[in-house]
Design a protein around this ligand. Sequence first.
Ligand code: HEM
Ligand code: HEM
Length: 189
Amino acid sequence: MSRPNTQRWGGVSQTLHWLIALLILTLGIVGLTMGELPKTPKYFWVYTAHKSLGITVLTMVVLRLGWRLYAGAPPAVPGTPTWQERIASVTHALLYVLMFGIPLSGWIYDSASGLRPFRWFGLVDVPKLVAPDPQTVAISHAIHEYGFWLLVAVVAAHAGAALYHHVFQRDATLVRMLPRGWISSPQKD
Ligand code: HEM
Ligand code: HEM
């Protein structure tokens, strides 16, 4: 399995990065719109699908952090100023906190609401993390919702920085997170 090397992110890191980003976007759109659905058994599966996919993303984030700690990361692209490296590290750490915090707060919200256990894609009962409690419901719901909006803002800055590097700095920051040959590198990577 390809690991990050001195120049590029490996296949595992890239796959997890883009798959998780896509699934988080999907979950956010579904999460924000599913409240409008009629509360009938016919539409209840959308909630279960959101929760099931959310737990799946949480598992993928655990795998991703494990892989990141085991396999490491390529060093900063040559020429990147130290202050940019520092901002990138803080941003990436914050993204990890949100990637854990959002699904976990959803799970705690579901648990504290006192609903009957939902089945992960209809297959296995997902255990409750906490006992029913209205205050926990309010706090976890706020973290789930505002955490998502914070993530949107941080990802906008994060993606903006990647595009800035590609278009203006003309370095390999974006290209090395993409499969070889997807877009041509502004310089040799
Ligand atoms: C990365 C994963 C996830 C993302 C990005 C996400 C995102 C969202 C968003 C944006 C909302 C709308 C918030 C609002 O306006 O009220 C929402 C609602 C919700 N989410 Fe998630 N979610 C994730 C995982 C989970 C998980 C794992 C669970 C439970 C096990 C869950 C349970 C819920 C529930 C029950 C609601 C409805 C809240 C309400 O009643 O208003 N979510 N989600
Ligand atoms: C939900 C969306 C996203 C999340 C949570 C996210 C998270 C992260 C994290 C945590 C890293 C650091 C690598 C690691 O340690 O695992 C990273 C790297 C990176 N991300 Fe994202 N990302 C998202 C979306 C995007 C988007 C939309 C773009 C570009 C358009 C992008 C471009 C990059 C690039 C180029 C790197 C490598 C940076 C480097 O080599 O220093 N990401 N991302």
